[in-house]
Design a binder for this molecule. Structure first.
Ligand SMILES: [Mg+2]
Length: 491
């Protein structure tokens, strides 16, 4: 450092060279001094850009990762006079904070408001920091807080003023922007840095996993990473791997649940998939369908369902009892949204050669919220082929009735939640009555599912429903059982 004439201090780069005479002796020295203020300034800017987030001025992902790496390195090489690390000793922990409602703010209010919101969250989090704790912006609406051993001591001692309490209360009051107030809700995952932690990436992965558990637990929650959580993830991954091979290993089977008309004649069946895992036995669709959706395996599984249902229809063409039965298949949003959905269904129908009108596709009300034009267009094309459509789970979504009217549905399926309480509450029967009346006036066939008692069946008949499905009338059964039942003459 040097001083200028006005007393200002500036960094200087000084290089000194010796000047020699003919004998090789040094006679003079030349010093060249250079003011490197701008070089230092550039270094600071570069440092700021690569280690800090430009929006919130908080440390960025790179810096917080390095910070945790440093904690891990220090843990491995304790100073000689430091007490020996105890097995249960914690070297720190991280909080993985994800804002629950940020996407909504960005989508509805625009990015400039979203940016201001993030800046305010950053300020609030920074105000909670203690001694050597660090808050960083990890990306998007994700923040990381690195806790020190002393933070952890306070948390373990349930100290009133511990950093987690501070963060939770800082993020519990609304943020006001442009005179509008926005709720801040966040899901927090917690993971410790202990003697078995291998890498910084592990700690972040564990904390993120805990954060997803917190989200699944209903948001505004904090979850602590545990080995059990890791095991759950592992078994989910194994199940997904097994699911990948389930089609080729022929582990799926379609069960069929009969649907009856008002006179008690079978009119059709709903095809319901069952998975027989080689070692775990029957796995509930409630367990594997969400996994299939997540992994996009639902596309090939859905394809298998349609193909298998069509092969069944083909076999029934020569049956005296099931010749005219329709088969309803549940099609997921992801499968339906595939560009080649129409052509693949058309190819299956042509290849197997079955009357398309006996194939019915069930779409759920919740699917109809997205891409209305595309859905209408696709349904129209499939309708042209002769395929029927049923609107599943009706009454549980929020579809616009005028919009529904424009879609070529043939059937409306009253959700079982309306049927369940039917015998005990007048309100439910008036809802079922209203839905049935509306369906009929729109020219749709109305089917009630989840019929479990004679009383419900009687009431649904009074409501004017055309078709009935439920345990009272028949469980979903393997095809052989269904065929046996309907080949008996006394039915
Ligand atoms: Mg269904």
């Amino acid at each position: 450092m040097e001083s200028k004439k006005d007393g200002a201090v500036y960094p200087e780069l000084l290089s000194i060279s010796a000047v020699y005479d003919t004998n090789g002796d040094a006679v003079n020295y030349v010093a060249i001094a250079k003011d490197i203020t701008s070089v230092k300034q550039n270094e600071r800017t570069i440092n700021q850009l690569s280690f800090y987030d430009s929006l919130t001025c908080l440390p960025n992902r790179k810096m917080v990762l390095e910070h945790v790496e440093e904690i891990l390195t220090k843990r491995k090489t304790p100073s000689t006079n430091a007490p020996k690390a105890h097995k249960s000793q914690l070297f720190g922990a991280i909080l993985f904070i994800d804002l629950d409602n940020f996407k909504n703010i960005n989508d509805t209010k625009g990015h400039p408001i979203g940016d201001l919101f993030l800046q305010q969250v950053a300020v609030r989090l920074s105000e909670c920091m203690e001694d050597r704790s660090m808050v960083a912006r990890f990306g998007g609406d994700e923040f990381i807080v690195v806790l020190t051993p002393s933070n952890l001591e306070k948390i373990q001692a349930k100290h009133e003023e511990n950093i987690i309490h501070k963060i939770q209360s800082a993020l519990s009051s609304p943020i006001t922007l442009n005179e509008e107030s926005f709720d801040v809700s966040s899901s927090i995952g917690f993971a410790e840095i202990d003697h078995i932690t291998h890498t910084a990436a592990d700690v972040f992965k564990n904390a993120e996993l805990a954060m997803y558990e917190a989200k699944a637990a209903g948001r505004s929650q904090i979850c602590y990473y545990s080995v059990r959580m890791q095991e759950k993830l592992l078994s989910k991954m194994n199940l997904e791997l097994a699911l990948r091979d389930a089609i080729t290993n022929d582990e799926f089977e379609l069960y069929y649940q009969p649907q009856f008309d008002r006179l008690g004649n079978i009119q059709g069946v709903e095809a319901l998939i069952r998975w027989f895992h080689p070692t775990q036995g029957l796995i509930s669709p409630m367990q594997f369908i969400p996994l299939a959706e997540e992994s996009k395996l639902i596309i090939s599984i859905g394809d298998w369902v349609i193909r298998t249902a069509c092969l069944q229809l083909k076999k029934w063409q020569t049956s005296s009892n099931l010749q005219h039965a329709t088969i309803s298949v549940n099609v997921s949003a992801l499968q339906f949204s595939q560009d080649d959905f129409v052509t693949s269904v058309e190819a299956i129908l042509r290849e197997i050669d079955v009357p398309p009108k006996q194939l019915q596709i069930e779409l759920t009300e919740s699917m109809l919220v997205a891409d209305k034009e595309i859905i209408a267009h696709k349904m129209g094309e499939l309708k042209q082929l002769g395929i029927q459509f049923s609107l599943d789970d009706f009454g549980t979504g929020y579809s616009s009735l005028s919009y529904l009217q424009k879609l070529p549905f043939d059937q409306l399926k009253i959700d079982q939640s309306f049927v369940r309480g039917l015998s005990s509450h007048d309100e439910d029967s008036s809802l079922a009555f209203a839905i049935a009346a509306m369906g009929s006036s729109l020219g749709l066939e109305v089917i009630a599912e989840g019929v479990e008692t004679q009383a419900q069946l009687d009431l649904l008949k009074q409501c004017g429903c055309d078709l009935f499905q439920g345990y009272f009338l028949g469980y979903p059964v393997p095809v052989s059982e269904l065929e046996n039942r309907f080949s008996q003459r006394d039915r």
